[in-house]
Write a protein that binds this ligand. Sequence first.
Ligand code: NAD
Ligand code: UFG
Length: 349
Amino acid sequence: MSILVTGGAGFIGSHTALLLLEAGYEVVVVDNFSNSKPEVISRMESLAGQKIPLYEVDLRDEIGLSTVFENHQIEAVIHFAGLKAVGESVSNPLYYYENNIGGTITLCQVMEKYNVHKMVFSSSATVYGKPDQVPVAENVPLRSTNPYGRTKLMIEEILRDVYISNPDWSIALLRYFNPLGAHESGKIGEDPNGIPNNLMPYITQVAIGKRDELLVYGGDYETPDGTGIRDYIHVTDLAMGHLKALQRVKNVTGVEAYNLGTGTGYSVLDVVREFEKVTGVKIPYQIVERRPGDIAECYANPNKAERELGWKADKTLADMCRDAWKWQKVNPEGYSESLQKKFDSSIKN
Ligand code: NAD
Ligand code: UFG
């Protein structure tokens, strides 16, 4: 029996697929490489010491997806595949609705056809919008402020309806807070296209000299140092949360949402200072206007995941900074194949 990982070539999917392999699961990856590169699969294979069945298939391609279920006995699906850039979702909402919601609907139809009813879904803390209070627990009213977030909200609703229609389904909705870091080997990590939107990839690109300075979006929030506060979680801890959720969906039916966060909030300047401390590299920054749509603070109440999944994040912000920096140093151009030789020699040294 295999676990199908959709979006398994992406940032979080690759780390999770690797952990599954290390835990002895058979893994099949489906990805259309719209936001990733095939190179990641070779690196995962070298880390895992085994071949990984890979299908370059778009989730909306029902025939292509059915082939995967024909060729493998799929026991459960961990569903990462989706588009995730908030700004792009505002300028191109139909692309987001079509890809994220359309892809999920086709996936559920194919799963139903092949009698597979266990799913772990990548939701997001974005479903809390601007929370009325922090730490935020799963049972507060949900809202979203952009099309990307609404795709997550709508998919959560769709999955609840799917369960109501057939109580054989077992679905975990994992609401991630802010994933950072990389695999400790330095071989796999986050590889954003163009100018990074997110804080840590931006910091590491400043550190390596690709960008001059960090722009800190807003210094006048009602937080202790005036900069935004988030719940940063190591991608390896996040990956482990999926293994725990998988164990749960294998044993009970129903739909449950879980926050995957640490429960601790750090400000932008906390992250900058920690990065400088851990790496010894100075990060020049300038405080500028707030970024539209940002909120002052958001961090998780992760108690439900600990209680019901037996999962708790245990890596520190220092671990996240150290691993993100190692990844950036070893892979200054991410997975770009032109730098493959440089990567190989730096791993040898
Ligand atoms: P990512 O872009 O690195 O990975 C997503 C993968 O899905 C990519 O490899 C992409 O090529 C693939 N994909 C997209 N649409 C597809 C389709 N129609 N068919 C097949 N493959 C498709 O993103 P990530 O950071 O690894 O995020 C994984 C999931 O977690 C996403 O659903 C994202 O919305 C969610 N999430 C991410 C964050 C974050 O900050 N990274 C936070 C909360 C939730
Ligand atoms: N920030 C900067 N400068 C930058 C980038 C970010 O100051 O160049 C600040 C932001 O203003 C915010 C904090 O750093 O205060 C974190 O910003 P990110 O862009 O890294 O993360 P967000 O919390 O804005 O959003 C992320 C994902 C969303 C997801 C959300 C909740 O990008 O997709 O977490 O999971 F919905």
